[in-house]
Each structure stands twice: as structure tokens, then as C-alpha cells.
Design a protein around this ligand. Structure first.
Ligand code: ZN
Length: 182
């Protein structure tokens, strides 16, 4: 959960994306999404799918994570899941009503479910995922009529960079695999 620059991982493909340097003066959705984007860059550098997430409470970042499925050999180690666990530990409660999740890609079924189960107040995502996104892209899990918790969902914040880094990563991976290189 480092906000600083780290050395590129040795096994990963070099990440062509630079970290963003948002102004600290305006702590709006774009600012917090920039922090999530920078975590996605960190993920790429260790050859994880570049998705990052931060959780904010009262204007302060209380959790920060990126996808770690490969490293942890854990299919549940998505950025959002890791950040939600961190945030609950920090708050000392599993209820995160006063927290906002910023994530570079629209949550998948698992993470959309976890966002609802943790009672997050707000979920802000970067790129809406038409295939697997479950907060409006492919499906809207948070709009199930029986839910007694309502999470506010906002999409499309810093959409271009959040989408481009994912697309570039998968395109490079595919190219690499086609060449038969390790
Ligand atoms: Zn997920």
C-alpha cells in the first residue's frame, strides 16, 4: 500500500504508464481515483492485473490495495476485497457506512457483493466493465429490490487512464504469449 515509487518487478512487463501526481489541494473524486490508479501501476509492476483501490473516510485514505491474485494465489485477492478488509480493521467495525471505495474498474460480482455486505456508503469506479461489472455495467447488484442497504454508485471517474492501463496490460500479455516467451 505504498504511494511512492517502487522498482519494477523483475518478472513483469515494463509498465508504460506513469503515476499521476494530483494536486493535494483538491481532494475530489478525481484525486482519490488518481491514488487508486497509482496502485494499479504498482500492480502492473509486479505483474498483477492493474486494478487499484482506496477507501476514504472523512476525507482520509484508510485503506489502499491493488490486485494480488497471482502473488497470493488467491482468487479473492481483488483490490476491493483487500481494501475492504483493511478498512474494517482500521475502523474496528465491519460496517463501513461512512466510507467511500474508489476503484479503477467497476467491481466484479464478488466485489460488488462485498461492497454491499460491508455497507459501504459510496462506490466510485473508473472504467465501467460491460462484461463482469456488477454495479451497472453488466448487472446492477446494488439495485436488487430486497436490499436494505443502499450504496451510491458513481462511474466514469478518470475513465480513460483506468481503462487504458487494463487494455494495454492484456494486449501486451496476449502479444507476449503469442511469441511464446516466458
Ligand atoms: Zn472483484
Amino acid at each position: 500500500m505504498s504511494a511512492g515509487d517502487e522498482k519494477d518487478g523483475s518478472k513483469g512487463l515494463p509498465c508504460p504508464f506513469e503515476k499521476l501526481r494530483p494536486s493535494q489541494l483538491v481532494r475530489d473524486d478525481t484525486f482519490f481515483m488518481s491514488l487508486a490508479f497509482n496502485l494499479a501501476v504498482d500492480a502492473w509492476r509486479i505483474d498483477e492485473v492493474p486494478i487499484g483501490a482506496v477507501i476514504v473516510r472523512a476525507g482520509e485514505v484508510i485503506a489502499a490495495a491493488h490486485n494480488e491474485v497471482e502473488r497470493a494465489k488467491d482468487p479473492t485477492a481483488h483490490a476491493e476485497m483487500l481494501a475492504i478488509t483493511q478498512a474494517a480493521r482500521k475502523v474496528g467495525d465491519w460496517r463501513l457506512n461512512e466510507c467511500e471505495l474508489y476503484v479503477t474498474k467497476e467491481p466484479c460480482p464478488m466485489c460488488a457483493g462485498a461492497s454491499i455486505m460491508s455497507r459501504l456508503g459510496r462506490v466510485v469506479h473508473g472504467w465501467g466493465d460491460p462484461k463482469m461489472g456488477c454495479m451497472g455495467g453488466a448487472f446492477a447488484l446494488h439495485e436488487l429490490p430486497g436490499l436494505n442497504h443502499r450504496v451510491t454508485v458513481v462511474g466514469g471517474v478518470l475513465e480513460g487512464p483506468c481503462r487504458d492501463i487494463l487494455r494495454a496490460y492484456f494486449e501486451l500479455k496476449r502479444g507476449n504469449d503469442n511469441l511464446g516467451t516466458a
